[in-house]
Design a protein around this ligand. Structure first.
Ligand code: ATP
Length: 305
């Protein structure tokens, strides 16, 4: 078995994008982070990470978003492969190829998805066989969204978002994602959120029981009403045209509309697949929107294909 794994010359892993159906942001902590209650939902927009045998760790990117992804050491997939090699005491390398379909800097955790994909792909390519819990630990060190990209499905994250509990979901839910023609930096959106809050007291973040029930019951109409994102106001302040995008989707009958994570991608909940296709047509024609992608959730986490 081990010999067979060691002979493997190429491994491909599919990783999903996410939307935060609830993102509750607590007060700014002394360490500069915020406590969060984060209800993550993985959706069927995927990157693919392929790892091939090589002497050192390198990365290249294909697909429509390739030009926006760094190829240096800051690439999250490279950082993930390095962290895994270090943890396992492995001296070899991997040629990583990312096929990028998740928008970059869109609030859909694309970089985190690639990190999760690289962890699973290199673990398999190198025949390490690390338990999932250990991959989850490395993932949490790489970034607060990386563990969820490994896990997939729907889950509630606490702390910085990295302590995860899977949630039962009665879906599927049908979504449309309006991808803006510009990106937003996650740290800048948090900074703007703090600035807008000023000195007003900020309550501790809390899960919305009605939203959890809507997920459990597969009740898209109720979920649409409960979508909530504490970063939305800050994302709208930094990029005002997003308000028009949200309005267009609601006017076209979306059950709910929300900025995804730190934005600027906007997520719209549809009644069914046909309604999602219809909404995507309307949103694609909205000014400031680069493209509109229908997708289903929940989707599985990082998976070998
Ligand atoms: P999140 O939703 O987790 O806040 P995001 O979806 O807004 O993240 P990403 O697409 O993950 O943003 O990219 C954030 C930044 O990370 C990019 O501007 C890019 O410079 C850098 N980055 C590093 N590695 C990658 C990668 N593999 N794919 C995309 N971006 C990457």
């Amino acid at each position: 078995m081990t010999t067979e794994v060691q002979k493997m010359s190429s491994v491909t892993v599919r990783v999903p994008a996410k939307v935060n159906v609830q993102l509750s942001v607590g007060p700014l902590r002394e360490d500069g982070y915020h406590d969060l209650v984060n209800v993550f939902h993985a959706v069927s927009i995927h990157d693919e990470v392929t790892a091939r045998q090589a002497r050192s760790i390198t990365v290249s990117v294909t697909g429509g978003w390739a030009a926006e992804v760094p190829l240096h050491d800051g690439n999250l997939a490279v950082r993930a492969a390095r962290a895994l090699a270090e943890r396992a005491g492995f001296g070899g390398g991997a040629e990583l190829v990312i096929h990028k379909a998740i928008p970059v800097a869109g609030g859909m955790a694309g970089g985190s998805a690639d990190a999760a994909g690289a962890l699973v792909a290199c673990d398999e390519l190198w025949g390490l066989g690390l338990p999932r819990e250990e991959l989850m630990e490395i993932a949490a060190e790489l970034g607060s969204d990386v563990p969820f990209s490994l896990l997939g499905g729907t889950a509630i994250g606490t702390g910085r978002g990295e302590r995860l509990t899977p949630l039962p979901v009665g879906g599927p839910f049908h979504w449309v994602f309006a991808i803006a023609d510009t990106g937003l930096s996650t740290p800048e959106v948090y900074k703007e959120c703090d600035r807008l809050r000023g000195t007003a007291p900020v309550p501790e973040p809390k899960a919305d029981e009605e939203l959890l029930a809507a997920l459990r019951n597969g009740d898209a109409a109720a979920l649409g009403r409960r979508l909530a994102n504490d970063l939305q106001e800050a994302a709208l302040a930094l990029h005002p045209p997003l308000a028009g995008t949200l309005r267009s989707g609601l006017d076209a009958g979306a059950l709910g509309a929300i900025v995804s994570g730190s934005g600027p991608t906007c997520a719209f909940l549809a009644r069914d697949a046909a309604h999602a296709a219809e909404l995507a047509g309307v949103l694609a024609a909205t000014p400031g929107t680069r493209t509109a992608l229908p997708a289903e959730g929940p989707a599985p986490g990082a998976t070998l294909i």
